[in-house]
Write a new protein. Structure first.
Length: 332
């Protein structure tokens, strides 16, 4: 019996978010910068985790967040990411599969534990994050299942994971399979620091493999060397068939290689609580719409809707059904 087609499959860091309440004394005791994010090693992660208050644990990671939003829109998503064969790895796997996400990547046999982001939230709503990447960075070409990639209309890559050399080889293998099957590849730049560190490699990879590029305005400026949207558009058209640039409260712009810029208005939430995951949600709405064959305006509006819902509450996953919200807004 043939397996279900996928709208979008994400390839990214498999990270478990561990959220707990904390006070400033806890942050000082563990040398955690308030409101920031730092990378830590496994030993320090274990020490901080042992000292945290009762926590909520949920699968996270940029591309995985996007795929969760695709599922909330009523789409069928898949995910490729590496966890260890441990408790947090099982939490990650269970969370995605419970949403109906096609996630079958084999766990890491030997090596570090499942990646986790330890998020200590103080009473002033500041989220102080310490991240141990662990097994997440070990996605390899052998983890790419050609049958799974061929079932997806769009294969979506996370820029954070691009920085790992073996994962980059996996990206190239997946792109080759997607292109051979007449499918599209998408990439989010993830962070301006990634762009600065991988500037030449990103340009080469995008030009050779990417059909849909996603970036916020800071990342786009880093990649194209300008904050001027007309300059960005000119350079984006030369590099990629379609580029989406998000601009926070200004909405977003979609830049097709052939055609005029499409401006997408923001959808303002009732309350702005937490911008974590906004770009992931926008990517989900846009890619879901494109996978379904919607025009650029409608796909972009779905991106705005998804981002609006996610920033209206704490956490990077939808609290309400995005499909229901889209139907109420006449977008689906």
């Amino acid at each position: 019996m043939p397996q279900t087609a996928l709208d979008v499959i994400g390839v990214g860091n498999a990270i478990v978010d561990v959220l707990a309440k904390a006070d400033d004394n806890f942050l000082k005791a563990h040398d955690i910068p308030k409101g920031g994010m730092i990378l830590i090693d496994e030993a320090r992660a274990a020490t901080i985790y042992d000292g945290m208050a009762a926590a909520v644990e949920i699968s996270g990671g940029s591309a995985a967040n996007s795929i969760a939003c695709v599922a909330s829109l009523g789409g069928k998503g898949g995910f490729v990411g590496k966890v260890a064969d441990d408790t947090l790895g099982e939490i990650f796997r269970h969370d995605l599969r419970a949403m109906g996400v096609d996630f079958n990547t084999a766990p890491l046999d030997e090596g570090p534990a499942t990646g986790r982001c330890l998020i200590n939230v103080t009473s002033d709503a500041q989220r102080s994050m310490t991240t141990f990447l662990g097994a997440a960075g070990f996605v390899a070409p052998s983890d790419i299942d050609p049958e799974q990639i061929n079932r997806a209309a769009i294969t979506f890559f996370e820029g954070y994971l691009f920085e790992q050399p073996v994962a980059r080889e996996a990206f190239i293998r997946a792109c080759s399979i997607a292109k051979d099957g007449g499918k599209r590849a998408a990439l989010t730049l993830s962070d301006s620091g990634c762009v600065e560190r991988q500037f030449d490699a990103f340009h080469s990879f995008i030009g050779a493999h990417v059909d849909i590029l996603l970036a916020n305005d800071v990342e786009a400026a880093a990649l194209f060397g300008s904050h001027d949207i007309s300059v960005i558009a000119e350079k984006a058209r030369a590099l990629c068939p379609l580029t989406a640039v998000t601009r926070s409260e200004k909405g977003s712009v979609l830049i097709p290689r052939d055609g005029e810029i499409v401006e997408i208005e923001p959808i303002r939430p009732n309350a702005l609580e937490d911008t974590t995951g906004a770009g992931d949600a926008y990517a989900a709405g846009l890619l879901f719409g494109l996978a379904k064959g919607f025009d650029l305006k409608l796909a972009g509006n779905l991106g705005s809707l998804a981002a609006s819902e996610v920033i209206s509450h704490f956490g990077a996953r939808p609290a309400e059904s995005l499909k229901s919200l889209a139907e109420k807004s006449n977008l689906l």
